[in-house]
Design a protein around this ligand. Structure first.
Ligand code: ZN
Length: 220
């Protein structure tokens, strides 16, 4: 417990530094791996393997989230480990400046939140994560699509014919749902903490609820 508190404090300091650059970053944030080191992290915007083809994050960027979100991820991870699987985080806290770059590049509000509208992306508040499954050897398993696949294959509800892929995506979604996350209709990998509104200023939470309310997916 003491170690956990220390890491919260340490990363809170780092988030305060980030916060000075980002109006949305109301922190404190923690490094997800400081809460559960068994969670795999591969931040796709930290390298070239993303739809822009170049890094948007500085080298060494960690997966940050609100402490409650990191703890919920640890709950999902513990459940997945019973099935010889685990989480791989593709993205977590995303600075608003990076969100603006993604919006510029994609300009598709089904997949990328417009930073000009409402609260922008809930990633920029440390309360949404992008996650996929790996096996117990950290190897990727077959999922419906790659990250940021802006095609119907990215939809929450898998309609393809592979029983293996269906089982994987359902396991991920079930684990995340029971740990306290909602999904997004258009992206099987995107998860928001269910009580997300409490982390936003009340007027922002209300307007965001109107925009986002129809896009959630919960149970299978
Ligand atoms: Zn996302």
């Amino acid at each position: 417990m003491r170690r956990y508190s220390m890491s919260v404090l340490l990363v809170a300091g780092m988030a305060a530094a980030l916060g000075s650059m980002d109006a949305n970053a109301s922190g404190p944030f923690v490094d997800v791996r400081s809460v559960d080191p068994t969670i795999t992290v591969e931040l796709r915007y930290a390298g070239r393997n993303n739809f822009l083809g170049h890094p948007l994050y500085p080298l060494g960027t960690r997966a940050l989230a609100r402490p409650e979100v990191a703890l919920a991820l640890a709950v999902a991870q513990a459940f997945l480990q019973r099935y010889q699987c685990g989480l791989k985080i593709w993205d977590a806290y995303r600075p608003a400046a990076v969100q603006a770059k993604l919006w510029e590049a994609a300009h598709n509000s089904d997949y990328v939140a417009n930073p000009e509208i409402g609260v922008g992306s809930l990633h920029s508040w440390g309360i949404a994560v992008d996650a996929t499954l790996v096996d117990s050897w950290d190897r990727p398993v077959r999922m419906p699509s790659d990250f940021d696949d802006f095609t119907p294959a990215a939809m929450w509800r898998y309609v393809g014919s592979s029983d293996e892929i269906r089982a994987h995506v359902r396991l991920l979604q079930y684990a995340m749902h029971r740990a306290g996350f909602w999904g997004l209709r258009t992206e099987w990998w995107h998860f928001t903490i269910a009580d997300w509104q409490k982390y936003l200023p009340p007027e922002k939470a209300k307007s965001a609820a109107q925009v986002l309310g129809t896009r959630w997916e919960g149970r299978l």
